[in-house]
Write a protein that binds this ligand. Structure first.
Ligand code: ACO
Length: 367
């Protein structure tokens, strides 16, 4: 009698990090990592970011979402913001030591999504309200009610700061939100699709995606990018600081990407937004020197692995330039990415197929 193969031998080795594995068809976005191209439903990212408001970019992604008779996406998001403001007492009653991000997740868990608005609208419209309210609560300030007539970016800045933003700041935030709206099957989007594939609520999928986004290898990087820029302090210090970090085997935040083997096109879209704000910001000049030094040091330290600037580097500099606190960078990333997550969940759910891969057992055989 031949011996049964051990379970560990019956399956092929897993692909580390699922690198290169194609796990979905999507009509939403395409990331061409070799050529540094990002396509959002048929449009190059540089052709829409900075050119159209967030609502219009979301509308392109959501061609199949029923807006339940609302005249426009801007009006629908306005309604959703008003509805979400009803959850503010829950946010205010939460334990004081919650981070803004955790408090936003709490708000999302408490958000009613059966009040007439499509869930994608209710959830995506709620996060700007939660972000602004949670930041104000953390600072001991009263949350401000939304103005449903405004565009999302303008109202978000108004609810955060208590005054109407300048046109330039609203435009910069719009540019950022469009830039990060969707990006293929990244870790958080994959998470959202896995949860959605169980036919769970959209809200649950967004909560899970927020969890995946929060890590420093994904959406948690831009705060640390700004910390790095501050720690370096002056252009003269860049080379020594970066060399020291690489010698200590630390990763430079804002550099490297799973898919891009060249520059992340979103970095340049955001850099162009900084230029529009004016070139007199010393932090922008410092950031450019640091970027140059980091790219040179990475080429030297990792000659076989092309490591270039990713979206998070100029996210940090752009958001800082419009006065957004660094603790809000990841919450803002989640806010802008939520309509993308929703679109992916709906696309996945339409296939009706549960995502359920297999694992390779390497534990002990039963006695
Ligand atoms: N700084 C220094 N070394 C790096 C960096 C970096 N930023 N990125 C990758 N490397 C090195 C790794 O140490 C590794 O070297 P080794 O083979 O000698 O161990 C090699 O490059 C490959 O790294 P992996 O982690 O295998 O590559 P992966 O494609 O999985 O990593 C990631 C992509 C996680 C983004 C990585 O580049 C990184 O950690 N970057 C810094 C954090 C960051 O900027 N995160 C935001 C990403 S953008 C986004 O998610 C929106």
């Amino acid at each position: 009698m031949t011996e049964a193969p051990s379970p560990a031998r019956m399956t092929p080795d897993p692909i580390a990090g699922l690198e290169g594995v194609v796990a979905a068809n999507t009509a939403l976005s395409h990331v061409d990592g070799q050529n540094g191209i990002l396509v959002l439903r048929g449009h190059l990212i540089e052709d829409i970011a900075g050119k159209v408001p967030f609502e219009s970019a979301v509308g392109r992604l959501w061609q199949d979402v029923d807006l339940a008779g609302t005249a426009s996406l801007q009006a629908a998001f306005g309604k959703a913001r008003l509805a979400a403001f009803g959850v503010v007492p829950v946010l205010e009653a939460a334990p004081a030591d919650l981070t803004v991000y955790e408090r936003m997740q709490l708000g999302l868990a408490a958000l009613p999504v059966s009040g007439g608005l499509p869930p994608a609208v209710a959830v995506s419209g709620a996060l700007p309200v939660f972000l602004a309210a949670c930041h104000r609560i953390a600072g001991g300030l009263a949350p401000l009610a939304p103005d449903s007539t405004l565009e999302t970016a303008t109202d978000l800045l108004r609810m955060l700061n208590g005054q109407m933003p300048t046109g330039a700041h609203a435009e910069a935030l719009n540019r950022y939100l469009v830039t990060i709206l969707d990006h293929g099957l990244n870790a958080s989007t994959f998470t959202a699709r896995v949860i959605g594939s169980t036919q769970a609520d959209l809200k649950q999928a967004v909560l899970g995606a927020m969890g995946a986004l929060s890590g420093p290898l994904h959406g948690g990087a831009p705060g640390p990018v700004l910390d790095m820029i501050d720690a370096i302090g002056t252009p003269d210090n860049a080379e020594a600081w970066i060399t020291g970090a690489l010698e200590r085997k630390e990763r430079l935040m804002g550099f490297g990407h799973r898919i891009y083997r060249t520059r992340d096109p979103r970095a340049d879209v955001l850099k162009a937004g900084l230029r529009k704000l004016g070139a007199d910001n010393p932090k922008v000049q410092l950031a450019e020197s640091i970027e140059e030094a980091a790219l040179a040091a990475l080429r030297k330290a990792k000659p076989d692995r092309p490591l270039d600037t990713n979206v998070e580097f100029y996210t940090a500099v752009l958001l800082d330039a419009i006065g957004i606190d660094r603790t809000l960078f990841t919450p803002l990333f989640a806010t802008g990415r939520t309509p993308g997550w929703c679109a992916h969940v709906l696309e996945q759910q339409a296939t009706g197929k549960l995502i359920r891969p297999s694992s390779h057992y390497v534990g002990p055989a039963p006695a």
